[in-house]
Design a protein around this ligand. Structure first.
Ligand SMILES: O=P(O)(O)O[C@@H]1[C@@H](OP(=O)(O)O)[C@H](OP(=O)(O)O)[C@H](O)[C@H](OP(=O)(O)O)[C@H]1OP(=O)(O)O
Ligand SMILES: Nc1ncnc2c1ncn2[C@@H]1O[C@H](COP(=O)(O)OP(=O)(O)O)[C@@H](O)[C@H]1O
Ligand SMILES: [Mg+2]
Ligand SMILES: [Mg+2]
Length: 350
């Protein structure tokens, strides 16, 4: 099977082909408490873009995986999935309707295989109208802080109507305009910052208009891998002042803000801006989102409203993000895959 390009939402596609068939049971020596015992390997079939393979499947990860008894095997797109493996886990980040259907059929016919993650749950994140809904529904507020989402408005068509719609909805400028579809294409990452009401007509729907929240130019990336959480700091868009707003600055377009954002972990920053969100708050948020979204591999972009200590906004959620940039991802990921594999064997024998 070959994946079709540009099906429903003009998706990016890059297919990696490989011809690998495994023997029915892959055995692999795992060093355990000083002596070696043969254990069945956890076989992870992967379907990833070339870019993702390069950033994620790094030699250190593969080496560590091998030592822990995890085998990564490339999925061959020219052959039926059921003829390959057998896999314990299927790890994927490819787009396209056809591929989604292949995965859904495979999940039905192979309930014993963990597909990371279910295609319909991933699909939910590909539309910015729904992406943050789960966070809004949670209404998380406790002694550690408040987590919300910026107010937003969906514009499907007719750019001329935007100023009036924004006015009616009571949204406050400046606004961030984000493409409605978040399909990983360059276009889906292009943002505009709109400072002035009538320039809003220049925007190109379909899009989401989100209130810009001043946050001191620092963003927190919260990486989630199953139950594990890691947070890093990144530089973000700078705050917008009243003075800039009064200049009627119009609209600024950014081809892609997020990928250019450097790490801010080692920067000398104002501690009131750089302090990480409280761990218990993130634990609660991640736990609830794993359940609500039905995903185990994702990250959240979180900002702290400038001038507050504990008002946070989730502005973006990404499926299977760039884990290569997450500290210690090799250990965290292999432990996670192992726990999935072991859980399954226990279930079978229990
Ligand atoms: O490529 P990377 O390592 O920057 O990872 C991208 C993510 O960066 P992050 O880890 O959040 O800094 C990136 O996150 P942002 O949307 O940029 O916040 C996306 O997850 C991106 O996937 P896609 O293009 O939306 O399908 C991710 O791209 P893919 O690697 O999945 O293509
Ligand atoms: N509501 C917002 N308020 C302030 N800054 C924002 C807001 N939304 C996005 N940004 C900035 O724009 C960047 C990209 O937006 P994001 O929604 O994360 O899109 P992408 O999916 O392309 O990463 C963020 O990393 C942040 O710097
Ligand atoms: Mg982002
Ligand atoms: Mg994103």
């Amino acid at each position: 099977m070959r994946l079709r390009e540009n099906d429903d939402v003009g998706e990016k596609e890059e297919v990696v082909e490989n011809d690998v068939t495994l023997a029915q049971n892959q055995w692999c020596p795992v060093v355990n408490a000083g002596f070696s015992s043969p254990k069945r390997a956890v076989v992870v079939g992967y379907a990833l873009t070339t870019k993702k393979i390069k950033s994620f499947l790094q030699p250190k990860l593969e080496g560590l995986a091998r030592n822990k008894g995890i085998l990564f095997v490339a999925i061959d797109h020219t052959r039926p999935l059921s003829d390959q493996g057998p896999f314990d886990i299927v790890l994927h980040k490819l787009s396209g309707k056809e591929w989604r259907q292949v995965l859904e059929d495979y999940r039905q016919s192979h309930p014993e295989v963990t597909v990371l993650d279910p295609p319909d749950a991933i699909q939910h994140l590909r539309n910015r109208q729904y992406m943050l809904q789960a966070v809004a529904d949670m209404n998380l507020s406790d002694s550690y802080g408040i987590v919300g989402v910026p107010r937003q408005l969906v514009i499907k068509r007719d750019a001329f109507a935007i100023p009036e719609l924004v006015n009616k909805a009571g949204l406050t400028l400046p606004l961030v305009a984000k493409p409605l579809v978040a399909d990983g294409s360059a276009k889906s990452h292009a943002l505009s910052l709109a400072y002035e009401q009538f320039s809003l007509q220049k925007l190109e729907p379909p899009l989401v208009l989100q209130e810009f929240v001043n946050h001191g130019g620092v963003l927190f990336k919260v990486y989630i891998v199953g139950d594990a959480i890691k947070v890093v700091r990144r530089f973000s868009l700078p705050d917008v002042s009243k003075w800039e707003l009064s200049k009627d600055a119009g609209i600024y377009n950014f081809p892609r803000v997020s990928c250019a954002a450097a790490s801010a972990d080692d920067a000398d920053l104002d501690p009131t801006i750089a302090e990480l969100p409280p761990r218990p708050l993130l634990e609660k948020l991640a736990k609830e989102l794993r359940w609500r979204l039905g995903l185990r591999l994702f990250n959240l972009d979180i900002i702290r409203e400038y001038g507050t200590r504990d008002h946070f906004y989730v502005i973006d959620i990404n499926y299977f993000p760039g884990y290569g940039k997450m500290p210690e991802y090799e250990h965290i990921f292999t432990d996670f895959l192992l726990s999935l594999g072991q859980g399954k064997y226990k279930k079978r024998s229990g």
